[in-house]
Ligand binder design. Structure first.
Ligand SMILES: [Zn+2]
Ligand SMILES: [Zn+2]
Length: 257
């Protein structure tokens, strides 16, 4: 079984807790130490005994809390060299960085954390799949374009954490400057509700148990819209569909093969 919880999701800070086969990890840490602790407590999980943190890319909403956290809690932090080279100076020293290359897998006891390249406007961004006891959790967020590689790596996941960042109509009518709008919907930006639903319909399979939509824009989307577009793509599939919040944790999800 894999247990996971989105402690925060979106431009104000991302952190995903994953636990399997006796190992606990975080994917990204864009939350302050206090926020991370209080949200973990609210979700009913303990961060004591965390084995490692895995970083997708260097944007502040994914690494903002990393420096303080690793100076208080000495655990390994896995990231690509490109991400390490571009960490924002404001987060301070990050202890015990360990490098991997996109495509490599890190093993922590029975938990396997696989990585794959994604198209996003960062130095060397990756996403992850976590596997343990024949169960698979796939993550696809902060990507501008769902490539064949993304679809291949997400295939057969029992849990899916999927970006559904913006509604194209809301983005078109938003007050954002044209350059920012272009960045968001470009191939290195973020997935729209429709991109997410297309990707979802390509990776749906009978043993998919939970789908959590994440990184929902507060300006250019609503949870209801994201959920209804995804729900249409699921076309009656029995998997649970949830939307992650910016400011509080989701429930703890449990998935099994
Ligand atoms: Zn980003
Ligand atoms: Zn982000």
């Amino acid at each position: 079984m894999i247990r996971f919880c989105l402690l925060g999701s979106g431009s104000s800070g991302n952190a995903i807790y994953v636990e399997a086969d006796g190992s606990k990890i975080l994917i990204d840490n864009g939350l302050s130490f206090r926020q991370l602790e209080s949200r973990a407590q609210a979700a009913g999980i303990s961060l004591a005994g965390l084995k490692a943190i895995f970083i997708t890319h260097e944007h502040a909403d994914h690494v903002g809390g990393l420096g303080v956290f690793t100076r208080k809690v000495p655990i390994p932090v896995y990231m690509t060299q490109g991400t390490a080279d571009r960490l924002p100076p404001g987060i301070g020293r990050v202890n015990d960085i360990r490098f991997f290359e996109a495509g490599e897998e890190v093993r922590l006891n029975g938990m396997r954390v696989g990585s794959f390249s994604i198209s996003h406007d960062a130095a060397d961004p990756v996403s992850f799949i976590v596997e343990a006891c024949d169960t698979k959790l796939g993550l696809a967020a902060d990507l501008g374009h769902p490539t064949d590689l993304v679809r291949q790596r997400l295939a057969n996941s029992h849990g899916l954490i999927l970006e559904s960042n913006y509604c194209p109509d809301m983005l078109r009518q938003s007050s954002y400057p044209p350059m920012i709008r272009q960045r968001i919907h470009g191939r290195q930006g973020h997935l729209s509700n429709h991109d997410a639903s297309r990707l979802l319909s390509r990776v749906l399979h009978d043993a998919l148990r939970v789908v959590v939509l994440v990184h929902i824009s507060e300006e250019n989307n609503t949870k209801e819209l994201a959920q209804s577009v995804a729900s249409r793509a699921m076309n009656g599939h029995a998997a649970q569909l949830h939307v992650a919040w910016q400011d509080r944790p989701t429930p703890v999800f449990e998935i099994c093969a």
